[in-house]
Design a protein around this ligand. Structure first.
Ligand SMILES: [Zn+2]
Length: 362
């Protein structure tokens, strides 16, 4: 959606002017004359005439990925996404007066899940594969995190989930600096990402993966889709020290850290859930409409493993919407997965949640 409140926060991402004219079709910059059209549910506020060296594959391969990302239909926040969401709520302490930014929002699921908790939830992403629910509840912007279309000190809070691991280091620096610029002094950013550091509990995690591989070998399911999702993880911040240095360079001070040693989580994801998906997705009957159909019509043939996983997820989502037994069972599994944070949250590992604060003097 494009609520009126959003316009008051904007500045031209091309020239930095705040002198913007709102028109029937979108926004025009009175200073540099750049035009930013309003599209179906979002405004295109990409900086004009700027060539960035790095482009995420979600942007360069948007049409191809649209089909398999299966992005339109949101399930409730459960399992690993549920743990991320519950931790986001707990650590960022969202309030009804907050103006909040999700920078690199993807399909906007975390923004949508929390939109009713805050005054205004804004989601920015260069790709426009937004979920239907996000289009209804989140102020969506097609934009580049290195040149955000907002005035300084606009947001009370911001979050960044599964973003930094995709970027090279110079992009991370630009991303964090821009996020710090648009946060108000004392404003907080929550980051969830991964370094290359192994968990000290790695043998336990490896055991779950090993069991998972036995299922793959037996032909029960494959990890084709997951492998593609993770194929552009660079993890330029290789160690926890790298993370702290990057935050410091951006003028952001860590105030809270929780590591995620995925001991319970791996067992649930690699063994329990995949087994469940294999069972639910096995039958080809009752194939529902393909929610991820590319708007441009360009789609690649997808493998059987991917098709099966998408089928399983569509059926599970249909059941979850009824909030019945399956929903409550998965919520219970989510709470069990969260045990990893309560039990091992202080034990350094690759996956981390960190809350950082912008200094009052910035
Ligand atoms: Zn301008």
């Amino acid at each position: 959606m494009v609520p009126y409140d959003l316009y008051r926060l904007l500045q031209c991402p091309t020239c930095g002017s705040r002198d913007l004219i709102v028109t029937d079709d979108g926004v025009t910059c009175a200073t540099c004359s750049a035009e930013y059209p309003r599209r179906d549910g979002y405004i295109d506020l990409m900086p004009r005439g700027v060539e960035f060296g790095y482009v995420s594959k979600y942007v360069s391969e948007e049409a191809e990925l649209a089909h398999e990302l299966d992005y339109r239909d949101l399930a409730p926040p459960l399992l690993a996404a549920g743990v991320r969401n519950r931790t986001l709520q707990r650590l960022l302490n969202l309030r009804p007066t907050d103006i909040v930014l999700d920078s690199g929002c993807g399909n906007g699921k975390f923004a949508a899940w929390n939109a009713d908790r805050v005054r205004l939830m804004v989601g920015v992403d260069p790709a426009t594969l937004f979920a239907d629910e996000a289009v209804r509840t989140v102020a969506l912007i097609q934009g580049d995190a290195r040149r955000l279309p907002f005035a300084d000190s606009t947001f009370d809070k911001a979050f960044s989930i599964d973003v930094l691991e995709h970027f090279p280091r110079d992009v991370i620096d630009a991303y964090l600096c821009e996020t710090a610029r648009v946060l108000r002094p004392g404003g907080r950013l929550l980051v969830f990402s991964n370094t290359r550091e192994p968990s000290r509990l790695q043998p336990l995690i490896a055991a779950s993966r090993w069991i998972g591989r036995q299922f793959v070998r037996a032909g029960l399911y494959d990890f084709e889709r997951e492998a593609r999702r993770k194929s552009d993880h660079i993890k330029a911040l290789a160690t926890w020290e790298d993370v702290l240095d990057a935050m410091q360079r951006a003028g952001l001070r860590p105030v809270r850290v929780v590591f995620w040693n995925s001991v319970v989580t791996s067992f649930v994801e690699h063994v329990l859930m995949k087994l469940g998906e294999a069972i639910v997705g096995r039958s080809r009957k009752n194939v529902t409409r393909c929610n991820g159909a590319a708007p441009t019509g360009a789609s690649l043939p997808i493998g059987e493993g991917v098709a099966r996983e998408i089928r399983a997820r569509q059926r599970i989502r249909a059941r979850l919407r009824r909030r019945g037994l399956v929903y409550h069972a998965l919520l219970a599994v989510t709470l069990v997965m969260e045990l990893d944070l309560w039990l091992f949250g202080r034990l350094r590992s690759g996956s981390y949640f960190v809350v950082v604060e912008k200094g009052a003097q910035c």
